[in-house]
Write a protein that binds this ligand. Structure first.
Ligand code: FAD
Length: 389
């Protein structure tokens, strides 16, 4: 049994040189390529495809992909750093980058055969292609195992019919990993993962959502109408799609925790600076204990979230079980990020309610973090199931 204060095996508290390099690179890139345009993208809900090609050139579209497939070959700590730093600048970009890396690309990397990896990973890692990952359907979100999109065997092909919704890059993605039913409803081994390329007859993008936040990250339907997919496009074994997805979400949740952390830190840093500059009653508002205590709460919770994320990343890097730990990191980081963004707007007062300061956008973007890749309630379900097993 672990003692209470025993650190998870080999946990690395020290930031490595690669993490420092990635953080600086994203800071520079963000100043030049993201900040000047991000409020326009937000306003018009434009998904800036060109930017993702540039992120690919920086190695950020295949952070976890081994170099032999054209990726950066980094581990989860570097990946978390990349998402945190991008999300501090523009969380929409952080979300799209995370979905591309850990969902679509991650699924092919983890469960694809050699031929599939050779075919798709170099294009995805270079950012030439943008990836999508479709699990959610209009009637089945948290209860994804109850999905209705079907894939019926027909000779050497599967015929897909159904719709996926809320899919990041559902319209613009060049390739999608899609989970569809190949067995009975209610059978967790009755679902299979397929790689489907854009342009495959019968596969189209549907409605694009008009969203509260994360507006530069495209969220759209994917529609399948008698879409014939060759059996060579099955990822792993037939019937393993749902189980694979749960494993992908274990890793994906670390990325949403990192996204949350980036927003929390961005909100905190903006609020800290502003509180020292803004004067009321002839003194900086930071001198009021009510404001200083908000900052203390934010900073403390950010540190706690950071440690949970580092723990989950370390376990993931070592290939150890981390379902509970990634759910804890995602649950806690997302909830405290919502609090941090809320308090940051409060510290900015009326100015926080305007688009002149970054906290307004953080406040809108952050709510996705308690919903995407499993709501907070579902994280508590995952954590409590593990505790009670
Ligand atoms: C911007 C955005 C991007 C997304 N990107 C993707 C993507 O790329 N791919 C993809 O597949 N999906 C994606 N999603 C979908 C996302 O994962 C789902 O929205 C999420 O899992 C919740 O499902 P739902 O929206 O259907 O909510 P529901 O499952 O209907 O939940 C509604 C409410 O009921 C609660 N609830 C449900 N079941 C339980 C339970 N058993 N116990 C307690 N409470 C419960 C939930 O916590 C929630 O509060 C995205 C969503 C958004 C908003």
């Amino acid at each position: 049994m672990n003692t209470v204060l025993e650190a998870p095996e080999g946990i690395a508290f020290q930031e490595n040189e690669n993490q420092k390099m990635i953080a600086q690179m994203i800071k520079d890139f963000g100043e030049k390529e993201i900040k000047p345009h991000m409020m326009d993208w937000d306003e018009s809900q434009e998904f800036p495809m060109q930017l993702f090609h540039k992120l690919g050139e920086l190695g950020l579209m295949g952070v976890l992909v081994p170099q032999e497939y054209g990726g950066s070959g980094f581990g989860y700590h570097e990946y978390v750093t990349a998402i945190v730093e991008l999300s501090k600048v523009d969380s929409s970009i952080g979300l799209s980058m995370a979905a591309h890396n850990s969902l679509c690309t991650g699924h092919i990397l983890q469960f694809g055969n050699e031929e599939q990896k050779q075919k798709y990973l170099p294009k995805l890692a270079s950012g030439e292609w943008i990836g999508a990952w479709g699990l959610t359907e209009p009637n089945t979100g948290s209860d994804a195992g109850n999905m209705r999109t079907v894939a019926e065997a027909d000779g050497d092909y599967y015929v897909l019919n159904g719709a996926k919704n809320f899919i990041t890059h559902g319209k613009s993605g060049h390739v999608a990993v899609v989970i569809a039913r190949t067995g009975k409803v209610g059978d967790s081994r009755g679902m299979t993962a397929f790689v489907v390329e854009r342009g495959t007859p019968g596969f189209s993008g549907g409605r694009k959502e008009n969203k509260l936040g994360m507006r530069a990250s495209e969220t759209a339907e994917m529609i399948f109408e008698n879409c014939r997919v060759h059996k060579s496009q099955v990822l792993g074994e037939v019937g393993e799609g749902f189980i694979q997805s749960m494993k992908i979400l274990d890793g994906g949740r670390i990325s949403i925790a990192a996204l949350s952390l980036g927003i929390a830190v961005g909100s905190f840093e903006a609020a800290l600076q502003y509180s020292k500059e803004r004067e009321q009653f002839n003194q900086p508002i930071s001198k009021f204990q009510a404001i200083a205590f908000k900052l203390a709460d934010m900073a403390t919770k950010i540190e706690a979230a950071k440690l949970l994320i580092m723990q989950a990343s370390e376990l993931k890097n070592h290939g150890k079980p981390m379902t509970k730990e990634s759910a804890m990191a995602k649950y806690y980081a997302s909830e405290i990020a919502v609090e941090a963004a809320n308090e940051a707007v409060q510290i900015f007062g009326g100015y926080g309610f305007t688009k002149d300061y970054p906290v307004e956008k953080f406040y809108r973007d952050v709510k996705l973090c308690t919903i995407g890749e499993g709501t907070s309630e579902i994280q508590k379900l995952v954590i409590s199931r593990d505790l009670l097993k």
